[in-house]
Ligand binder design. Structure first.
Ligand code: NAD
Ligand code: TYD
Length: 357
């Protein structure tokens, strides 16, 4: 039985990944989820797995050297999947420090603990691997309507978030190059799906539209993101973990570029279609809710991933097309209003007021 150390498993992608892995491997793996539960970490995301005997939750900060080294001493970890991060660009513009602490120092701490635990005289214990969950944002911005990010594209991050993720990638690369550390890096495009915190574009717009609140579109709404259904990302991580060549970087994306405004319009239309005829929330569901607000500082124009390498080497391809995925996502939020009200109480209200004042 392989033991996985998953960091940030209570967040959006981490919790989807854990559910995907238990769905696929059932009792044949063990997952240890280490998460310090920031505003973005929510154990409600994991109720479907919390009683499993092969699941362990440890509330811990990845920056704590002692705690992370102890976890490696206590358990014979075979796989590390490192999701834990501060993940929101707007927050990084307001408070970059915590991004460097968690995303850079936390990654270094994890690399160091894995290396210490796995090292042998001649190299590393057999069949151990570390996977760094990175982002296409490390490549910077494609300012034109054409062109793609390849694994060979130069790193050119712009926001404090992407700079911290790029720094973490460079540390993983340093461990690979210097210590022959067994690792892969995946760089995925924007994810969407269930359990995403409503500070990000899609869940924020769904939530606001349902509450009859304005829909804040940054700048002219023409920035482009390349969207991937979160379950497809979870599958890609698993395939790279099992089939990726050691030391390699793999881009993950599904050729699904959309302008922000297209997404907002689609959310309004789909919600109007899905809500029952007499639902009072239908009344205000139209494009008049859209407000063009001040642009994000340093707003990257366009992201677009070239996913040919992961397809050629592992056979991975996205399974959920956008039309289906966005519907599933909107239905999930409609059916999980309680989840939404829990995560939007307290601190989130404060953030929202400060951010969108
Ligand atoms: P998220 O913000 O939803 O979740 C992050 C999780 O990490 C939370 O559970 C949080 O509690 C935990 N965490 C934060 N700081 C921690 C610390 N110091 N110690 C322990 N746990 C800590 O993020 P997400 O959207 O699920 O992203 C997960 C990873 O995937 C991140 O590394 C992110 O950079 C990367 N990524 C995200 C996207 C996307 O579209 N969301 C795309 C590509 C890559
Ligand atoms: P976001 O979900 O924050 O992801 P990222 O910035 O990491 O790509 O934003 C996606 C796009 O949506 C980005 O171009 C910024 C834009 N956006 C808005 O227009 N309004 C909003 O309220 C938010 C949160 C994002």
């Amino acid at each position: 039985m392989k033991t996985y150390l998953v960091t940030g498993g209570a967040g959006f992608i981490g919790s989807n990944y854990i559910q995907y892995m238990f769905g696929k491997y059932k009792e044949s793996i063990r997952i240890i989820n280490v998460d310090c539960l920031t505003y973005a970490g929510n154990l409600e995301n994991l109720v479907s797995v919390e009683n499993r005997e092969n699941y362990i939750f440890i509330k811990e900060d990845i920056c704590s050297k002692e705690a992370i080294h102890n976890i490696f001493k206590q358990y014979d970890i075979d796989r590390v999947v490192h999701f834990a991060a501060e993940s929101h660009v707007d927050r990084s513009i307001r408070n970059p420090q915590i991004f460097v602490n968690t995303n850079v120092m936390g990654t270094l701490n994890l690399l160091d603990a894995a290396k210490c635990a796995w090292e042998t005289k001649g190299g590393y214990k057999e069949d151990k691997k570390y996977l760094q969950v990175s982002t296409d944002e490390v490549y910077g911005s494609l300012e034109e309507e054409t062109g793609y990010f390849y694994e060979t594209t130069s790193i050119d991050p712009h926001s404090p978030y992407s700079a911290s993720k790029a720094s973490a990638d460079m540390l993983v690369k340093a461990y690979i190059d210097t210590f022959h550390f067994p690792a892969n890096i995946t760089r995925c495009s924007n994810n969407y799906g269930p359990y995403q915190f409503p500070e990000k574009l899609i869940p924020l717009m769904i939530n606001n539209a349902l509450l009859g609140k304005k829909l804040p579109v940054y700048g002219d709404g023409k920035n482009v993101r390349d969207w991937l259904y979160v379950r497809d990302h979870a599958k890609a991580i698993d395939m790279v973990m099992e089939q990726g060549r050691l030391g390699q970087i793999y881009n993950v994306g599904g050729h699904n570029e959309k302008q922000n405004l297209e997404i907002v319009n689609l959310i309004i239309e789909t919600l109007a279609e899905l809500l029952p005829a007499k639902d009072p929330r239908k009344e205000h569901l139209n494009r008049d809710l859209i407000r063009y607000v001040e642009d994000r500082k340093g707003h990257d124009k366009r992201y677009a991933i070239a996913p040919e390498k992961i397809k050629a080497e592992t056979g991975w391809e996205p399974e959920t097309m956008f039309a289906e995925g966005i519907r599933l996502t909107i239905e999930w939020y409609l059916n999980n209003q309680k989840w939404m009200s829990h995560v939007t109480s307290g601190d989130y209200q404060k953030y929202y007021l400060e951010m969108y004042r």
